[in-house]
Design a protein around this ligand. Structure first.
Ligand SMILES: [Zn+2]
Ligand SMILES: [Zn+2]
Length: 521
C-alpha cells in the first residue's frame, strides 16, 4: 500500500535539505565575494599608497612657489625641538604627506596624538605667514617620550626617534579596525626605516648566521678629522668575537671565536645619520660618576652621497637592489653648538622647496650658501634619495602580481607597457591633484628665484646684506652685525651658491644675506 505520509515527509526532508544547501551555497558565495572585494581593496590601497609615495618624493609646484616657510618661536629651551621640526618640515615626502593626509579625522588615539599635532604644525610652518608656536606639542613632550621634559634642554636625536616612532604607531592604530597591527603600507615606516644585517661567521666551521634589524636613524662614532664616509666604514667594521665575547655556534655546539660584521641591507628613501658627539667621560677608572663630554670637531659630510663608492658597506646579496637608487643628496643639517648637551643651542640648516639653503634658528630664517652649510658642526645630517626607481619597480611588480592573480595573463610585452603606464599615470595624477587641491593652474612663468621680490612685501622688513669679501668672512666676523649694510626690501637677491656640483671656487665672491623675519606678535 502506498504510504502517502511517508513519501510526503521524505519529499519535505529533501526539499528542506536542498533549501539548506542552497542557503549554504549562497552564504559561501557571499563570503567569497567579500574576500574578493577585500582583496581588491587591499590591492588598490597597496598600489595607491606606493603611487602616492612616489608622487610625494619631489616638491609640488605649490611648495616650490611658496619657497621657504616660517620660523618657530622659542618656547623656553625648545630649540632642540624647533631645529628637529625644521629638518622634518623640509623632508619633501614627509611634509607633503602631512599636508595632504587626513589622519586626524579618523584618528584612533585617545588623548594627545603626535601625528594629529604634526598634521597641524608642519603645514603651518611651510605655508603659514606667521611665526609658528608649537606650544601644544611642546607641552606634551612627555607623551612623546616620558624622558623628555618641557623646559629642559633635551637631545634632538632622542626627540626625533620618539617623534617618528609615535607617528608611525598612530598610522598603524588608524588601521587597527582592519585587523592589521603593523600596516605594511605605513608611509612613515616606508620613508624612514631601513635595515642592517649582522652576519656572524664561526671561525671554526665557517657557518654563517645572518640577522636583520630595522633602523630609522644610524648613529655613527666620530672622532677628530673623521669624515662621513670613514664614519660609515667604522660602523660596518669587522669585529672579532673572542674571550668573554665568544659566540655560541649551533653547528659546533660550543662557544667559538667568530667574525661579526654589520652591513646595510636596505637604505630608506630618507636617510638620517647621527654623529655621536656626546659621551660620558670618567676622570679615572674608579670614578663612578662621569661627566658628559662633547666632541666639537668638524665632521665632514658631503652634499652628495653615492653608495656606489661605498658598495662594500652593503650586504653582498642586497648590493644589486640597493644600488638601483644609490645617490643621496643632503637637504638638512641639524647643528648643536656649545660645549655641552645641556648648555648648547640647536639650529637647523635646510634646503627650501625651491632649492636654497637657509639657517632656521628658532624664529630667524636666514639665507646661507652651500659652502657655509658644509662647514657647520653637524649633529644630525639628513639625506634624500635622488631617484625613485626602486619604488617604481616595486609598484610595477605589485601591479603585475595583482593582474596575474586576477586572471589576466601578462607577457613581457605587456609588463613593459605597464612600466610606461606608470610614468603616464604619474603626470596625470599630479596634474589632477594640483588642480583639485588648489583650484589654480600653476603657471611656471611665475616661478622666480628672487626671494625678496616674492616675500618681502611688508615695507618695514629690513634686509641686511653682508658685503664682506671672502678673505674676511671667517666665522667670528660673521657675528659682527655692524658691518652689514641695510638695503631696501625689494633688492634683488644676489646669486648664492646653489649650483649642485659643490664647486667651491665658483663662488668666491658670494655674499651672505641676512633676512630677519619680524613677524612676532
Ligand atoms: Zn591622531
Ligand atoms: Zn661553528
Amino acid at each position: 500500500m502506498y504510504n502517502f505520509d511517508n513519501e510526503l515527509s521524505k519529499a519535505l526532508k529533501l526539499s528542506q535539505k536542498s533549501y539548506e544547501n542552497e542557503q549554504n551555497l549562497r552564504k559561501q558565495a557571499k563570503q567569497l565575494q567579500k574576500i574578493i572585494n577585500q582583496k581588491k581593496l587591499n590591492e588598490e590601497s597597496e598600489e595607491k599608497s606606493y603611487q602616492t609615495l612616489i608622487n610625494l618624493m619631489k616638491w609640488k609646484e605649490i611648495f616650490i612657489r611658496r619657497g621657504v616657510g616660517t620660523g618657530l618661536q622659542n618656547l623656553g629651551n625648545s630649540c632642540f625641538m624647533n631645529a628637529t621640526l625644521q629638518c622634518l618640515a623640509y623632508t619633501a615626502p614627509f611634509a607633503q604627506l602631512l599636508c595632504q593626509s587626513n589622519h586626524s579625522s579618523h584618528c584612533a588615539t585617545n588623548g594627545f596624538c603626535t601625528l594629529c599635532e604634526m598634521e597641524k604644525v608642519i603645514p603651518s610652518m611651510l605655508m603659514g605667514k606667521n611665526i609658528v608656536k608649537p606650544r601644544h606639542l611642546f607641552k606634551n613632550l612627555s607623551k612623546i617620550n616620558d624622558l623628555l621634559t618641557a623646559g629642559c634642554q633635551e637631545d634632538s636625536h632622542e626627540f626625533i626617534q620618539s617623534l617618528l616612532d609615535k607617528m608611525e604607531n598612530a598610522y598603524d592604530d588608524e588601521q587597527k579596525n582592519k585587523k592589521r597591527r603593523k600596516d605594511p603600507q605605513n608611509p612613515i615606516r616606508k620613508l624612514f626605516t631601513g635595515s642592517t644585517k649582522t652576519c656572524i661567521q664561526c671561525a671554526r666551521c665557517k657557518q654563517r648566521s645572518v640577522t636583520e634589524e630595522p633602523f630609522c636613524c644610524i648613529s655613527l662614532e666620530v672622532d677628530d678629522n673623521v669624515c662621513l664616509g670613514e664614519a660609515l666604514e667604522i660602523f660596518t667594521q669587522n669585529e672579532l668575537m673572542r674571550g668573554d665575547d665568544k659566540y655560541f655556534c649551533n653547528e659546533c655546539n660550543r662557544k667559538c671565536i667568530a667574525h661579526k660584521r654589520l652591513t646595510f641591507s636596505d637604505i630608506p628613501p630618507i636617510l638620517i645619520l647621527h654623529f655621536k658627539r656626546f659621551c660620558v667621560e670618567f676622570a679615572a677608572s674608579h670614578h663612578r660618576q662621569g661627566s658628559m663630554k662633547k666632541l666639537a670637531d668638524h665632521v665632514e659630510f658631503p652634499e652628495r652621497l653615492d653608495f656606489k663608492a661605498l658598495k662594500h658597506l652593503i650586504f653582498e646579496d642586497d648590493q644589486q637592489r640597493v644600488l638601483i637608487d644609490s645617490e643621496y643628496e643632503l637637504y638638512a643639517v641639524l647643528v648643536h653648538s656649545g660645549p655641552q648637551l645641556g648648555y648648547g643651542h640647536y639650529y637647523a640648516l635646510i634646503k627650501s622647496s625651491d632649492g636654497y639653503w637657509f639657517r632656521m634658528n628658532d624664529m630667524d630664517v636666514i639665507p646661507v650658501n652651500t659652502k657655509h652649510v658644509l662647514k657647520e658642526q653637524g649633529y644630525m645630517v639628513f639625506y634624500k634619495r635622488k631617484t625613485d626607481n626602486l619604488m617604481k619597480c616595486h609598484l610595477r611588480q605589485i601591479k603585475a602580481q595583482h593582474k596575474k592573480m586576477n586572471g589576466v595573463k601578462m607577457d613581457e610585452d605587456m609588463e613593459q607597457k605597464e612600466a610606461q603606464n606608470v610614468k603616464v599615470i604619474d603626470v596625470k595624477n599630479e596634474d589632477k591633484n594640483e588642480n583639485k587641491q588648489n583650484g589654480i593652474k600653476v603657471d611656471t612663468d611665475l616661478l622666480t628665484t628672487d626671494y625678496f621680490a616674492n616675500n618681502c612685501n611688508v615695507p618695514q622688513d629690513i634686509v641686511m646684506v653682508d658685503t664682506m669679501k671672502k678673505e674676511s668672512s671667517s666665522e667670528d666676523v660673521m657675528l659682527d652685525k655692524k658691518s652689514y649694510v641695510n638695503v631696501p626690501p625689494m633688492a634683488t637677491r644676489p646669486e648664492l651658491n646653489h649650483n649642485n656640483n659643490g664647486n667651491a671656487n665658483a663662488n668666491d665672491d658670494a655674499v651672505e644675506i641676512f633676512w630677519p623675519v619680524k613677524q612676532m606678535e
